[in-house]
Design a protein around this ligand. Structure first.
Ligand SMILES: CC(C)(COP(=O)(O)OP(=O)(O)OC[C@H]1O[C@@H](n2cnc3c(N)ncnc32)[C@H](O)[C@@H]1OP(=O)(O)O)[C@@H](O)C(=O)NCCC(=O)NCCS
Length: 264
């Protein structure tokens, strides 16, 4: 029996409503959503039309994306968890179809998941080609070897950079211009390890093989060079602890204000 997919059902309803309200976009909403049977089909169609190039036209790209979606265990769950993350945490997101159709943070993350699939199978040229196209099209540069969990919100996305040996846990939220990079002084395992539930605000640079503890919060513009304990807020350049986080899981609340309780 076919499994129910309430998120996909909702996206289809939103597309139907969109056609009623915006007839000029009927063809777009039909081709991107209503003509597909599953969320994976719709996403694969949309990503391939965004990322196509002379070197790898949409049809060939679509086959590659379909293969990754069909074979990578857990990728469907991750796609849905990311959709829910954006819908629940981004106040600007009113509809489930919004990240799928219009948010490049979500689109780049799903395309990274495809590149990661090929990287793990030793198809390095293909994975790096995809990384390069994702970066050109969306302005978000995620190395295909990086390991990223599910339930991830990359809000706005512009300028996000995630390095080769970075690890990002589940239910992490980050905003534009976040860097999970190296210091430039280390080789090998040189990138940050971000635990579950962390919120990384706009423009924060986390540099080196540092651990950002579960439920920590990194303030906008911070430059983090040392480990951050769990449930701790850090701010400044270089970043220093400014107190415990006000909430248990900052990434879910997306409160980017720093209350008195957090020491500011
Ligand atoms: C500047 C840099 C190379 C470190 O240089 P360094 O001379 O080896 O510095 P150290 O790590 O020994 O730190 C020296 C002091 O400078 C501070 N510091 C280091 N980098 C800093 C930065 N970017 N901003 C502010 N202070 C910084 C350190 O906290 C330390 O302060 P302290 O002595 O009070 O503890 C490195 O931190 C950096 O910023 N690299 C850039 C890497 C980058 O752009 N990565 C992105 C890859 S995508």
């Amino acid at each position: 029996m076919k499994k129910a997919d309430p998120i996909w059902a909702r996206i289809r309803e939103e597309a139907q409503e969109g056609i009623q309200n915006e007839p000029l976009l009927a063809s777009f909403l039909n081709s991107t959503i209503l003509s597909h049977k599953t969320l994976e089909d719709a996403l694969s169609y949309h990503l391939s039309s965004k990322l196509e190039s002379l070197t790898l036209p949409a049809l060939g790209l679509r086959e590659l994306i379909d293969e990754a979606f069909a074979n990578e265990k857990g990728i469907g769950d991750a796609i849905r968890a990311d959709l829910v993350a954006v819908h629940d945490r981004d106040p600007a997101c009113r509809m489930f179809c919004q990240p799928l159709l219009y948010f490049k943070g979500f689109q780049a993350l799903q395309a990274y998941r495809v590149a990661h699939y090929y990287w793990n199978r030793g198809r390095y040229h293909l994975a790096l080609f995809l990384q390069s196209r994702i970066s050109e099209v969306f302005g978000i540069d995620i190395h295909p070897a990086a390991r990223i969990g599910k339930g991830i919100l990359i809000d706005h996305g512009t300028g996000v950079v995630i390095g080769e040996t970075a690890i990002v846990g589940n239910n992490v939220s980050m905003l534009h211009e976040v860097t999970l990079g190296g210091t430039g002084k280390e080789r090998g395992d040189r990138h940050p390890k971000v635990a579950d539930g962390v919120l990384i605000a706009a423009g924060a640079k986390i540099l080196g093989n540092v651990k950002i503890g579960q439920g920590a919060k990194v303030a906008a513009g911070a430059v983090v060079l040392r480990d951050v304990p769990p449930h701790t807020t850090v701010a400044g350049v270089p970043a220093k602890p400014v107190g415990p986080t006000a909430e248990e899981v900052p990434a879910l609340v997306m409160d980017q204000y720093f209350s008195d309780g957090e020491g500011l």
